[in-house]
Design a binder for this molecule. Structure first.
Ligand SMILES: Cc1cc2nc3c(=O)[nH]c(=O)nc-3n(C[C@H](O)[C@H](O)[C@H](O)COP(=O)(O)OP(=O)(O)OC[C@H]3O[C@@H](n4cnc5c(N)ncnc54)[C@H](O)[C@@H]3O)c2cc1C
Length: 488
């Protein structure tokens, strides 16, 4: 290409490049910086213009009508420094602190997340965002209690379950788990092996772990605090049809796992601690094994399939696949929340990196102040597209949350499909982007980015698993591709 251009053209191009480069080597002098300035108010834009941002209006615009509830969360933790997570803390102490943080929010600050899960999901996700930026372990613990355990009871159960469990879940008298994943089956939920066999004589289900691979694994709230678990198991009706035992597919059951008074593990239940993790150590993940655990027939979360006293199975949905799809479809809220929370991690990380880059100076022309590192083009290339993406993801996930809230009201089939595909795609894309950006932000702050107090380590460790739970990103993208092909 270059050889085809006239000499004049290539000269002027070269001049332009030299002029650009010289701007970096000899930047327009900037006033001396002091630590008292708010970075965004400093007259340190490379072209010397004063940038004034009305932070209050921007905050109101971004947080919208949920600004107050988010500030209530921040005010509560600011007023209770004993509830702030210290830099150095053991796993066991972190778990206890995290439980106390959640109890404080619910019982002292009066924030009742389950109410919002049911009536105003957008407000619930806004609370989750604020809570996650205090300590991501707390955000995930809250998600386990309210989106997963609470959400499964509300969305997969019927009125009798709401009557019995709603208040206890809401006020944390009933801390609970969402026990789906097994040692041998994570992404492939249809392959789950735990069984719940109906016993028509006693009117109970018998929950069993048939082999080691079927042990429920990674279950949040199981190792220490949980009293109940929503257990996903294959519903079996002995001799249901002429061929013998009938497997009606994966259903959800409420299984008490610890005594309400003594907190002792109940007979037939074995609990194992999944131990110290790469991050999120405030969440007590555990493993559950069931040895012929009997639960009343009423503990089947029976919105999509039920068993009568005489052992007859009924469902409004015609096939195992349809029931499975409907069951998982009701649980999409967890994935929506994760996409939304991942953006909040990106907001925190990019804010720290950009603020630092506005006050950090390295190198400069002789006898002149050093240059702010954000004035280097390479640094801008690292952080400015990230800033733009953070805004884009904020609006994209806010839109997803709005669609999700509409879907919960209308149950419109098209909207259900739309939210499923959008949440899968956005969760995978945003969490992968945030995970990569956390490394970029750490590097952008140089050695100081490596100090634990500057948060990149905990943000990176806590967020990393966002790429895997609530649907592994690769598997989710396959689902998006399948959906696009179907539409085509
Ligand atoms: C900290 C933490 C908390 C958790 N909390 C809970 C909880 O409270 N309740 C609960 O039920 N579960 C929980 N989980 C489990 C989590 O949901 C699973 O780990 C997740 O669904 C992935 O399953 P897996 O670990 O079996 O990975 P796998 O499915 O085995 O995936 C392993 C790898 O194989 C790849 N892979 C899998 N299938 C395909 C395919 N078809 N094509 C191409 N590649 C594929 C994946 O991309 C991945 O890289 C938690 C996990 C962790 C680590």
């Amino acid at each position: 290409m270059q050889t085809l251009k006239s000499n004049n053209e290539s000269n002027s191009e070269a001049e332009r490049r030299i002029e650009r480069l010289s701007l970096h080597l000899n930047p327009i002098p900037i006033p001396h910086l002091t630590w008292n300035h708010h970075p965004l108010e400093m007259e340190n834009c490379s072209r010397g213009k004063k940038l004034i941002v009305d932070a209050n209006s921007l905050t109101s615009y971004m947080r919208g009508k949920y600004r107050d509830i988010q500030e209530k969360v921040f005010d509560y933790f600011n007023a209770n420094p004993q509830l702030q997570t210290p830099l150095e803390i053991s796993k066991d102490n972190h778990r206890e602190l995290c439980m106390n943080q959640l109890l404080g929010l619910v019982r002292e600050a009066g924030i009742r997340p389950l109410h919002y899960v049911v009536h105003d999901p957008a407000k619930y996700f806004a609370i989750l965002e604020a809570v996650g930026s205090v300590d991501m372990s707390l955000g995930i613990k809250m998600g386990v209690q309210y989106s997963l355990w609470g959400g499964s009871v509300i969305n997969l159960g019927t009125q009798k379950h709401k009557d019995k469990y709603y208040d206890g879940i809401d006020n944390l008298d009933f801390p609970g788990c969402f026990a789906m994943t097994e040692l041998h089956h994570g992404s492939n939920v249809q392959g789950l092996q735990t069984v719940a066999t109906f016993d028509p004589i006693t009117d109970e289900f018998i929950v069993d772990t048939p082999n080691d691979g079927a042990i429920k694994w990674w279950i949040g709230n199981a190792a220490v605090h949980g009293k109940f678990a929503t257990v996903f198991a294959r519903l079996k009706l002995p001799n249901y049809d002429a061929k013998g035992i009938s497997d009606m597919g994966v259903h959800a059951f409420i299984v008490p796992i610890r005594d309400m008074k003594t907190h002792q593990t109940l007979p037939g239940i074995e609990i194992h601690d999944c131990g110290h993790k790469v991050g999120l150590n405030g969440v007590d993940n555990g493993a559950l094994r069931f040895r012929s655990v009997r639960i009343p027939r009423d503990n089947l979360l029976n919105r999509f399939g039920d068993v009568s006293r005489d052992g007859q199975y009924t469902s409004t949905l015609p096939s195992v696949n349809k029931r499975f799809g409907a069951t998982l479809g009701e649980l999409v809220g967890g994935r929506v929340g994760l996409a939304y929370s991942s953006v909040s991690v990106l907001k925190v990380a990019s804010t720290i990196a950009i603020r630092y880059s506005l006050i950090r100076q390295q190198f400069g022309p002789p006898n002149q102040p050093e240059v702010t590192i954000l004035d280097y083009q390479s640094h801008q290339h690292k952080l400015m597209p990230m800033l733009a993406s953070t805004y884009a993801f904020h609006f994209a996930t806010t839109n997803l949350v709005e669609k999700y809230a509409q879907m919960k009201k209308s149950h419109d089939e098209e909207l259900v499909a739309d939210v499923h595909a959008l949440s899968a795609g956005l969760k995978a894309y945003v969490t992968s982007y945030t995970a990569k950006s956390l490394s970029v932000c750490r590097e952008a702050c140089g050695g100081h980015g490596y100090a634990a107090v500057n948060r990149f380590g905990s943000l990176r460790n806590d967020h990393d698993i966002f790429q895997t739970f609530e649907g592994d990103n690769t598997v989710l993208l396959q689902q998006v591709a399948a959906d696009l092909l179907k539409q085509y």
